[in-house]
Write a protein that binds this ligand. Sequence first.
Ligand SMILES: Cc1cc2nc3c(=O)[nH]c(=O)nc-3n(C[C@H](O)[C@H](O)[C@H](O)COP(=O)(O)O)c2cc1C
Length: 178
Amino acid sequence: MKQAAIVYWSKTGNTEKVAFAIKEGLETAEVKVTLKRAEEADDIDYYDYDLICIGSPSYQWSPPKPLTDFLMGKFIHYRTQERVKLGAPKIPDKNVLIFCTYSGPHTGINEAIPVGKYIGQFFEHLGFTIVDEWYILSEFHGSEDASTIGRMGDIRGKPDQEDLGKIKEKTRELVGRL
Ligand SMILES: Cc1cc2nc3c(=O)[nH]c(=O)nc-3n(C[C@H](O)[C@H](O)[C@H](O)COP(=O)(O)O)c2cc1C
């Protein structure tokens, strides 16, 4: 694997921290990385990369609207180019890693999984293979209750250095598998 792009949306910084940990992991594995916030990624061509890493928080167990708008805009663009084919045949060496940060105050990881599955569909329809979905427990900035007495307990400070170190290591392992 030679080229990867990381595209993410982040309001309070958690998803951004994970994006940078993934970047470090990819670079350790000697992969060339392009990192962009979704707001600046309209010009990206997914097909230029062997691996797309796409990151989102969970907002009401969905991706936030700006990210959905971004994904839909790209999808419509590729559909007009007739890249969306019935049966979604897989294109070799076109892989996607999905990462979602969430706080899970009510139902835990079930508040994040729909985000990963939904984002995955935009890429599977384009012939990409979803190689993994990572759900990263993260502080709910701006809500102390959701960060201390929700389903996941005290999650203040997450993702912390240990979490980010693990992500970096998992990224390196992922590159080894592709
Ligand atoms: C408006 C809003 C809605 C949220 N809804 C959920 C939710 O339904 N489930 C959940 O697990 N976390 C929810 N969260 C918490 C965020 O998903 C979590 O803190 C995430 O890591 C934020 O990412 P960011 O720091 O990259 O913006 C919500 C946060 C905000 C601000």
